[in-house]
Design a protein around this ligand. Sequence first.
Ligand code: GDP
Length: 369
Amino acid sequence: QDEELRCIGCGAVIQSTDPDAPGYTPKSAVEKGLANNELYCQRCFRLRHYNEIAPVSLSDDDFLKLLSQIGQAKALIVYVVDIFDFNGSLIPGLHRFVGDNPVLLVGNKEDLLPHSLRRSKLRDWIRQQANIAGLRPIDTVLVSAKKNHQIDELLDTIEKYRGDRDVYVVGVTNVGKSTLINQIIKLRTGVKDLITTSRFPGTTLDEIEIPLDDGHRLVDTPGIIHPHQMAHVLSPKALKLVAPQKEIKPRTYQLNPDQTLFLGGIARFDYLKGDRAGLVAYFDNNLTIHRTKLANADRFYEKHVGELLTPPTKDELDSFPPLEREEFRVHEKSDIVFEGLGWITVPAGTTVAAWVPKGVAALIRRAMI
Ligand code: GDP
């Protein structure tokens, strides 16, 4: 069983390779933790035992201060995630910082997922993913900030739960938080001029406030930068090409084992073991997918990356990280996620490999669809 180990403090996946990344735990501590049934990552361990916040590249000092201020406030936390990139939207440790405050989970970019997918099913799926990450949201709302879908409903839901509280909107960069805030401002015409920008005490982070009817405020917090986002390895131009803008049309490939799919030149999928099967790919409709034989795939990539296999373009190749391979044994119908790019749904009883640029995560999760 390839069960990932997770820190019981912050929910990050335990790893022993990168001390600067979330979930880092020395090997010996993993064994000890498992033996005591109390597996914390090094960061949470220090926090618990020495009250020391170890810096981690994910969240700089300011952001941790901000989170703890939110924890101390009496607030409704509106947590915005990108449903197309759920894992890339996670803020490790958020559940620890929110304290007793209720969390309303907002799944944005609903417009990208196929219409045929029942929204109630999608909501259940998101809630389940949140639970795996250690969060117990009081409710989940699906919206499209860009298309202005369900924003009224979101505001009603916020009113329903906030009681006598301020509202803090949190999210990592690129989930569409600014787009959402702008829609909220537009809907509440008249308050446009009342927006104030001030600073969270003790930090260099700016806040934006929208006054609510009863003297309370809706506060837009700065987006936290997630280190594994595609945005860090692709040029803004290339990122635009692979970030889906429209409803995704799933593409089905009948694959035999020993076949490979190239996702532009950005990522690669190898079908290693299993029966001939239809695998469904969810990526931007304009991303070119190329099929080759696994045996030829390395040579094919070397020869064609930057041209047939693009993005990246030829002139971006120098700064484009090499692809790294990770193998997955699939026990139940699952999605192989290329973080920030999309996913391929694979049947149970197969073995596959995902190749992603160094620094970007590949992972397996229960199938969304
Ligand atoms: P922020 O960093 O969280 O403030 O994100 P932005 O509001 O700047 O949005 C990031 C990107 O996501 C932009 O390209 C937006 O156009 C896009 N975006 C935001 N909301 C939606 C949405 O509901 N649907 C889609 N398809 N794209 C969105």
